[in-house]
Design a protein around this ligand. Sequence first.
Ligand code: IPM
Ligand code: MG
Length: 368
Amino acid sequence: MTNPSLLILPGDGIGPEVMAEVRKIIAWYGDKRDVHFDVSEGLVGGCSYDVHGTPLTDETMELAQSVDAVLLGAVGGPQYDNLDFSVKPERGLLRLRKEMDLYANLRPAQCFDALADFSSLKKDVVAGLDIMIVRELTSGIYFGEPRGIFKEGNERVGINTQRYTESEIERVARSAFELARRRNNKVCSMEKANVMESGILWREVVQRVHDTEYPDVQLSHMYADAGAMQLCRWPKQFDVIVTDNLFGDLLSDAAAMLTGSLGMLPSASLGAPMANGRPKAMYEPVHGSAPDIAGQGKANPIACILSFAMALRYSFDMGDEATRLEAAIEKVLADGARTGDLLGPEGGSPISTAQMGDAIVAALDASL
Ligand code: IPM
Ligand code: MG
């Protein structure tokens, strides 16, 4: 049997640093668990632009289409701010999402016990928090036409279009209901049906998918602004939240902060099953390229390592190994290991990116 294939795209900023720690984890699985991957590596984002004049080459795009899973670090940086829109680092990421048709973006927000004190919210509001945001990732205002900056009389007008077809809503709704069945069986759908026609359709279609296919799952609807408020007020009321591309972008950043640090949260972007039964998939941390701390060994590699854990679970049917890795991270945090982002106002001495990776490897060793 051939090994499952993995394309690693470290990207920009702290991407390469956190990905180096994931490579340690991958090596550990090979050495200690006899779990092997065929790993290839490529460029995405600004680093690809620097070499090829494009944030993603056709060759890398083809490679991404051919592997079992893609693992991405982060893209972007201030040195690329003035580039033409069409070659900005983010376009590489968006092209991957769109062409691989990764319509369901899973963003868990889980609060590790050891970090409950560190949230900006009160401890009892976040302790034990475990919610999953399912963000539609390939449509909506990110991709709708018409878009652009146009001349209108004496001035310019900037246009983006929120657009959803019924089938686009249906498939992401199904992803959310399927996930809910394996969790606490609750879905809350968020839109702005009070002001947007696309929101009216969203609500109708989610309700229909529920009534015809998932009547056993508890479904509620909320306006996305109220949803943001409820996420801060009492986030534990939620299990799975399903929402569109733009609201999902905002709500997932807010949810991430509930858990204490953006440096902790992974994501999985899943599409339709491939011929081998695995879903098309890309895994990436929710955090960005953090150019301010790039290259200094300060970044927290946990979000990227947890993204690899999601790959084990959702692409490779190794839920037990994913749980082992998550438990190792939990242990390291409980033992007090902290990168800079995990130190409260009172400070303390942070460990480096590499030290955090090593600590997790040691905890994996201890799990055997
Ligand atoms: C995210 C990011 C991206 C997005 C950017 C980098 C294009 O914010 O993954 O949440 O807006 O989707
Ligand atoms: Mg975002």
